[in-house]
Design a protein around this ligand. Sequence first.
Ligand code: 5AD
Ligand code: SF4
Length: 473
Amino acid sequence: MLTLEKTHDEARQGEAFAPFSEDPNQYSRHFYIESYGCQMNFADSEVVASILQEKGFGATRDVEKANLILLNTCSIREKAEQTVRKRLTEFKKLKKQQKGLLIGVLGCMAERLKSKLLEEEKLVDLVVGPDAYRTLPQLIEEAGTGQKAVNVLLSRDETYADISPVRIDSNGVSAYVSIMRGCNNMCSFCVVPFTRGRERSRDDRSILKECQDLFDQGYREATLLGQNVDSYHFTPETGGDAVNFAQLLEQVAKISPLLRVRFSTSHPKDITDEVLHTMARNKNICRYIHLPVQSGSTRVLQLMNRTYTREWYKAKVERIWEILPDCSITSDIISGFCTETEEDHQETLDIMRFSRYDFSYMFFYSERPGTLAQRRYADDIPESVKKERLQQIVHLQNELSLASNKKDIGKVFEVLIEGNSKRDENAWMGRSSQNKVIIFPKTLEGLQPGDYVHVKVEQCSQATLLGNIVSTI
Ligand code: 5AD
Ligand code: SF4
């Protein structure tokens, strides 16, 4: 599962974005897009931008200038869906003012709500699922003639391998690269296998080409994305050896020592020693593993269909530290899953302390229609209890993040500069290999985003490290 909207990233904060064309007059028609949910949705919006640009649509940040408004949606929790519905109602008002304006829903809500959005509520003109973006130009034409345009078919083999994403709202330093789609895991709380379909891996040659192109354009960080990257497995149709995730990682890392490689997300059951050793051998593969635990109770993990126990998870964390002593570990945690007792909850707090997470994405359980949990178990924990437990989880995570940052004071990190600090344009914002944000004054001339520097950490808050440059690289 991929990490979600609430990031600790200074640079990538926010739930929505709109891309833009460098030259607004270059195109006769314009689209405006907002993305919600996981990184994969943001990456998909870049594929959509490429498909639309090819057909003569330029991107705009100004919703009033758009002929086409697209919302790339998320279904993971009820709240994400509510946010999108609210936004659609706002856009419906615009439709009355702008003749010919088309509104489309992309992504995970498309499959679930197609008839509702199109017919009952008449909120949108087109509905396009995650595997049907190639048909967008045709659907736009159909919608333009007043027909309701829908394609929510899921595919067994679509990976958009040949499409070069148009980088939108990019800092020019870091980019997402999608390496696979869908998920076969069937965690009982999760709607993703239903909205995004079966797992399939993208041709490694097209991934390598995209990463090489990014590097040649000046990018210095590629994050390889998949719901479960450790099960990446590509077999060339023309014969030849299959490529697994560790091999793919190594190939991407070999593009250049100056290209940082990250990946997300790892499933604790699938991350292998081979991946950990590949990381250890290649210093440019970042010391950062997002390893969602979801719950610390073996009984709850079983109900969640996570296929590991509390002990297995702890052993995996210890293995990571053994092979990669300076590796940061982060997590996703759900409070109040079906039947969760106070004792189960205490086990979650306990495994958080054990794993010393640097950061977690934390949620209370939200029952999703069609999932295994919805069909099998009662959503029996009162909302007040879910929220109280979540608050305790958040409180503990804040303590762990601060403790982890305090341990960094006095240490020197290799930092990739991403841009200006949001709060102070006389300071840079960059990131350590462990994915921690570091802010430091611009004491040296001639540096720019994409450069590496050594920074000594002097102070910290729970979210950020503050330091000074000690040398360039
Ligand atoms: N309720 C709450 N959180 C959920 N997640 C996935 N499905 C649900 C749900 N139904 C969380 C998991 C996952 C993250 C991306 O979102 O923690 O790892
Ligand atoms: Fe992630 Fe499990 Fe959902 Fe797959 S089913 S996307 S592994 S949470």
